[in-house]
Write a protein that binds this ligand. Sequence first.
Ligand code: ADP
Ligand code: MG
Length: 302
Amino acid sequence: MLKRLIEKLQLIRHASQRVLSMNKRNLDYIYPNNHRRNFPIADNKLLTKQILADSDVVMPETLATFSSFYELSNLADELNKHKSFVIKPAKGSGGGGILVFVDKEGDHWLTPGGKRYTLNAIKKQLTDIIFGVYSFGLSDVAIVEERIIQHPDITCLSPHGLADVRLITYQHRPVLCMARIPTLASDGKANLHQGAIGLGIDIKSGITKHAISLHDSITHHPDNNELLIGQSIPYWPQVVAMSCVAASKAPLKYLGIDISISESGPVLLEINVRPGLQIQNANQQGMRTLLEAIRHEVQNEY
Ligand SMILES: Nc1ncnc2c1ncn2[C@@H]1O[C@H](COP(=O)(O)OP(=O)(O)O)[C@@H](O)[C@H]1O
Ligand SMILES: [Mg+2]
């Protein structure tokens, strides 16, 4: 009886040793591999676009940028060219300040939820972005960019918003990945703490293997009952290749790469220097052993 209890405790200890904790992530992976001076490459989406511009990595096309209130005087000319676009702060995070427009009716642009915005309402949002409302009070640049329309296979799994694939790279190699799937509970946003689904994906095959919603394991989408497990993600080899190329272009060696998948292929949305750890729960797999294996591999190559 005691022997079995000890064995069980050893098993739990062994498993927890393979889980990457926040302290260990910061001390062993983020601080030594991502120098603070290079953080802006990830934290500023215009810099990310710049650094990836001469590579095969596709990012949403920038339609216009506004860095001062005076530049907004030509807003009507710029926006009237487009029915569908996204506005976002260059230095935003967590979806703050982002507006997605899917269509235009008369003088109004429509969001996916059916909200209607006049030119003046959009101008107000752009002004807030420029004055730093979404970037810790620092002045910022407002980006108007092409809207990504997701691949129909992904829409079956993610009927309530744009899903993305988050892939952790270390030393430019893939470590773990998951799809983040918005739900009605997350209000169409792909943030796990707001109720989006974390869907672990086998890196080799691109087949989904385990899903979590907040702290529970699930097998079906809570809104449309679609089976989440055993599904193939389209363009999988391209998604992994694009993540590794993007990682190799930035002087940052521990990253979370976010990619959405359109009908014509993967599109990189952003890179993160402090990717979260929930990806381990989504995969039911700790990252420590995987990271240590890569570290040894790299050391042996030199
Ligand atoms: N070009 C785009 N097309 C469609 N949706 C977008 C686009 N850019 C951002 N979004 C939506 O906004 C969310 C957050 O965008 P992201 O670029 O990752 O900014 P943040 O740094 O604030 O997380 C995405 O998950 C997606 O739902
Ligand atoms: Mg994001």
